[in-house]
Design a protein around this ligand. Sequence first.
Ligand code: ADP
Length: 221
Amino acid sequence: MSVTYSNGVDALNNVSLKINDGEFAFIVGPSGAGKSTLIKLILKEVDVTSGEVIVNGFNLHKIKRGKVPKLRRTIGVVFQDFRLIPTMTVYENVAFVLRVIDAPKKYIRSRVPYVISLVGLKDKVKCYPSELSGGEQQRVALARALVNDPALIIADEPTGNIDPELSYQIVQLLKDINNCGTTVLMVTHAQELVEHFGGRTIVLNNGSIVFDKVLGGINED
Ligand code: ADP
């Protein structure tokens, strides 16, 4: 597929890419390479100029506007800047996702503590984001992305705002989540993380895929 913005910039140029169910892939590349555009395509925030995108069984070219929320519910997104709601506790930040889709209260009461303990924050459920470290806030964001049991997690520079040593924990958590069957796409600038963990590494440059291989990591899990 290709994406040309209205100002004439070719953000993606004849890109052909298949991410299989259950895969973990790093997406790397310099600023302006097209990484955000690729993510926005998957979330249907941007449309292709030519070609086709199929995400979790939805053909994004044909999908009706009313079905877009349904598509997005199959995807959990984690951002560099966490995007937690400051006035809500850890529990409320995570529960909120299920409340807006009218999930049954009983399900919320069992699911939310479960995902919070998965990310290792059982002791922090009542804390507010300002009372947490960057790494902890990102784990809340991960719990929030996970709570609706998405088929795909997109992590957009998830370690960009946290200490390097804690970055490894975040990627390890994403790897653990992936080992339970969730597909994970992680955009990163952190070469050391890619080298450490290894796995499928897709390099974008100037709107094209210039490298797409499975690399061996230092710490293979
Ligand atoms: P990356 O995330 O790798 O930094 P982007 O996908 O944001 O790359 O950008 C790819 C190219 O598209 C860049 O040249 C950028 O300037 C351009 N671009 C991104 N968003 C827009 C937009 N909304 N309108 C016009 N050009 C854009």
